[in-house]
Design a protein around this ligand. Structure first.
Ligand SMILES: NC(=O)C1=CN([C@@H]2O[C@H](COP(=O)(O)OP(=O)(O)OC[C@H]3O[C@@H](n4cnc5c(N)ncnc54)[C@H](OP(=O)(O)O)[C@@H]3O)[C@@H](O)[C@H]2O)C=CC1
Ligand SMILES: CC(=O)N[C@@H](CCC(=O)OP(=O)(O)O)C(=O)O
Length: 343
């Protein structure tokens, strides 16, 4: 198959390009860039890409993209896919959109959390929220790849919420991310001197992943109507740890909880339940895996769920490939048989 990408000069786009190079079903990767008038060597656009063969980057043109490719990945910032999606939606051409533009169904919610003009409601309804480890058969050709924090949080909470094991009013998420989660643009909080040897809480109670997390949790269990969600920038390159606290319902013991987690994930090649330890970030870096550890405190009645992912892989490009595999009926692990860089 031929895969198109736009946004290959960004962090997620670069990671995606690297994964597609190794994907057994991908014959050609075609790169399209928004600010080109003519084709140029890709190496001129992004000298950091590892290019075994000379390759061109083409001006962005939706008709040409659909004529020469089987699917496009949009690795663009929030607000961009809204303007690119229409021709693909009309033609039912497969899209995997790494941004948040089509994750929410309600345009007013998008405006509230993203402070941008939303896509048309009908188009939002036609997009599919691609939380690939929970929903295995994409129901539409436009896939909204979930946010990185949302992925770690939702995978960590899914069995507890679906199984009605926890008090729905008690969920607290303390999520930590490395700096690559912010993309390639500098901000005052990502300067070396500010971020190194520092921890910074940001977007307190205002993070744009809150509504997509809540939408899924309340779909799985309508009793969940809110959650407390905080994000902290930590001085590492990659990785997310979502530490989740929730009060366990009376009569539910630790073994029952563990069984729910195993039942949901044991067949999934990408989610591992750590029975006897709480996983650290390094153990998933370089992989499309999510590792989940659990610990119950009988004194307080609280369950702590530790969910770790690589934000660039499971949180972005890896899950995007997983969604492509599911959409095009390729083996789900194709191109994703990756080994952690450390243990
Ligand atoms: N980084 C991460 O861990 C994760 C990122 N995401 C999402 O993936 C998307 C890409 O993120 P990331 O790679 O971090 O972002 P970057 O800022 O690193 O890269 C953004 C890319 O989009 C391109 N771009 C910018 N403006 C436009 C435009 N108007 N039209 C077309 N292309 C444009 C940029 O090109 P140029 O070279 O011209 O700037 C660049 O290639 C975002 O929506 C992000 O939220 C999702 C999960 C995790
Ligand atoms: C560390 C950091 O800044 N992370 C980003 C999350 C990136 C992401 O997943 O955002 P999208 O929803 O746009 O895809 C943030 O908190 O906004």
């Amino acid at each position: 198959m031929n895969a198109a990408i736009t946004g290959v000069t960004g962090y997620a786009g670069m990671q995606l390009y690297a994964l597609l190079q190794e994907h057994p079903e991908v014959e050609t990767i075609n790169v399209y860039q928004h600010d080109l008038d003519d084709a140029i060597p890709l190496v001129d656009l992004n000298p950091r890409l590892n290019l075994p063969h000379p390759q061109l980057a083409y001006p962005y043109d939706s008709q040409e993209i659909m004529a020469n490719n089987d699917l496009i990945f949009l690795a663009t910032p929030a607000g961009v896919a809204i303007n690119l999606a229409e021709p693909f939606l009309k033609a039912h051409f497969p899209v995997i959109d790494l941004s948040g533009d089509f994750r929410l169904k309600d345009p007013a919610e998008y405006e509230k959390w993203y402070h941008l003009s939303p896509a048309k409601e009908a188009d939002l309804q036609n997009a599919y929220y691609g939380l690939a480890d929970i929903y295995e058969n994409p129901g539409a050709s436009y896939i909204a790849n979930p946010g990185c924090y949302a992925t770690a949080t939702l995978l960590g909470l899914a069995p507890a919420v679906m199984g009605d094991l926890i008090d729905p009013d008690s969920i607290v998420v303390d999520a930590k991310s490395g700096l690559s989660g912010a993309g390639k643009s500098l901000s005052s909080s990502s300067h070396f001197s500010r971020s190194n040897e520092n921890l910074q809480i940001y977007k307190a109670n205002q993070h744009k992943h809150i509504p997509e997390i809540l939408a899924e949790l309340s779909k799985w269990n309508p009793k969940v109507q809110h959650l407390q969600f905080m994000t902290t920038l930590v001085p590492i390159d990659r990785g997310i740890m979502a530490t989740i606290y929730a009060k366990v319902k009376p009569g539910i013991d630790e073994m029952a909880i563990l069984n729910y987690y195993h039942d949901l994930y044991d067949e999934d090649p990408f989610v591992q339940i750590c029975d006897d330890y709480l996983p650290d970030i390094k153990s998933v870096i370089g992989t499309n895996n999510c590792k989940i550890g659990l610990t119950f405190n009988p004194v307080t009645g609280y369950l702590t769920i530790d969910s770790v992912i690589d934000n660039m892989l499971k949180g972005a490009a890896g899950q995007a490939i997983q969604n492509m595999n599911q959409l095009l009926n390729y083996p789900v692990t194709a191109g994703l048989e990756l080994t952690a860089l450390a243990f």
